[in-house]
Design a protein around this ligand. Sequence first.
Ligand SMILES: Cc1cc2nc3c(=O)[nH]c(=O)nc-3n(C[C@H](O)[C@H](O)[C@H](O)COP(=O)(O)OP(=O)(O)OC[C@H]3O[C@@H](n4cnc5c(N)ncnc54)[C@H](O)[C@@H]3O)c2cc1C
Length: 469
Amino acid sequence: MEHHYQSPWFVEALQKEGDLKINQLDLNLNTDICIIGGGFTGLWTALKIKEKKPKINVVVIEKDLCGSGASGRNGGCMIPQSTKFQGIKKIVGLEDAKKIVIATEAAVKNIKEYCKENNIDAQIRDDGVLYGATNKFHKGAFEDLIKDLNENKINSWKRLSKEKVQHLTGSKKFIDGYYSPIGGSLQPALLVRGLKKTAEDKGIKIYEKSTALSYSDRKKIIVKTKKGSVKCNKLVIAMNAWTPTLLPFLSRSVILVSSDMIITEPIKNELKDLGLNNGLVILDSNLFTHYCRTTPDGKMILGKGGNTFSFKNKVINSFDGPSTVEKYLKNSFKSFYPSLNNVKITQSWNGPSERTKTGFPFFGYHPKNQNISYAFGYSGNGVLTCYMGGEILSSMVLEEQNEWTKSNFCKGPLKMFPPEPFRWLGAILIRNAVRRKEKNQEIGKNPLWIDKQLAKLAVSVGRVDFEKK
Ligand SMILES: Cc1cc2nc3c(=O)[nH]c(=O)nc-3n(C[C@H](O)[C@H](O)[C@H](O)COP(=O)(O)OP(=O)(O)OC[C@H]3O[C@@H](n4cnc5c(N)ncnc54)[C@H](O)[C@@H]3O)c2cc1C
């Protein structure tokens, strides 16, 4: 069977499975709940529903293979939402902002325990997260955030000395930094394929290579695929980048932009020399951060978001291929680790990342039918947040009245982007201003005023939402 160009993670996960057994939907089914999309969101939701109500019948339909979207190709960096706390608080209020920080931090332990209980070897190494400053403009950038987190008794970050930062990252490029022990890295494709297997073991029916083509939003919902259909009482749309194809009213709620990655050949000895021997996630403090981590078999990956913006949020073919900014990433890699200059980069890849204007995801109901719910807009930070997404969507579907269903996260999109062509043109203008600003900062130069103003408009779409005041 032919597969799309995929990340090395996904290839490794499929190889470990051996003979692929694909169950395609070729009949007309009746079920209680149907979920469209077999990534982290769809599978965590299915598993949470089954955990809460074991007798409920759940069907998942996936257009390709479970995990073939963002879930099987991301950086595997477990980064809680704490660095966005102040931005989130401004939009949803203090209590909800605290909830998302606490839930995404708890997700590290929850995912680890879930994997242990269900024999999923997702190579989880919870060695924390480090945000480093690579120039004077980023020095001390977390001070205000830490004060705020401390006041709310949810702070896990601490500032480290320059020497300690350089020791932990193995990179002299960092001159300052902050560390939190809550976070780390995993192999995302092993996790998502493991969740798929666990879901099947628990009686959830999964159909792959079965694209949902349409659905009726009447009382009894019917989802149609090419060869079959699913009639259900409740429908969950967990399609991530593809969401607007079935929910066009959400098309202005995100900007689709690539996140791009490279991976090295195995370099265990070189990593040992640099002191890189654990699952620490290392990030710089740019708006579209570089993120970096090692693998247990001694490779290194480096990625960066905010590269290729698609017009009209179309999931374009280049999202399923090698990175278009491979050369740029190779140069970044060399600038962080000059001693690894001759190391071979064996592959690059990318994928679509849906950035909301608020910088965090939202959940909601179809305006014509409360029995249809959705999640959207993880904004490049989904490994931990999708676990929370599963908790939220399962609560919505099961009509639970709890801290999540009553929260501002379940009110659909809280902010919209302008329509095309303004959204795309604006995104390119802002991305270029951010690039110029960061290039100048990197060489110690003050950015142009106009670039600083334009960059401010992009703050929410970055992984970090602060700039030294
Ligand atoms: C390159 C890259 C790197 C990233 N790195 C990180 C990181 O290091 N840390 C982090 O926290 N986050 C990261 N992210 C974000 C994270 O991967 C996502 O937020 C997360 O995987 C979203 O999961 P999901 O289940 O919502 O979406 P997906 O995994 O994309 O799942 C959606 C699924 O829906 C299916 N689908 C679409 N249309 C249909 C249809 N019509 N019928 C049936 N099925 C359909 C797709 O095939 C897909 O499998 C990264 C994202 C990318 C793209």
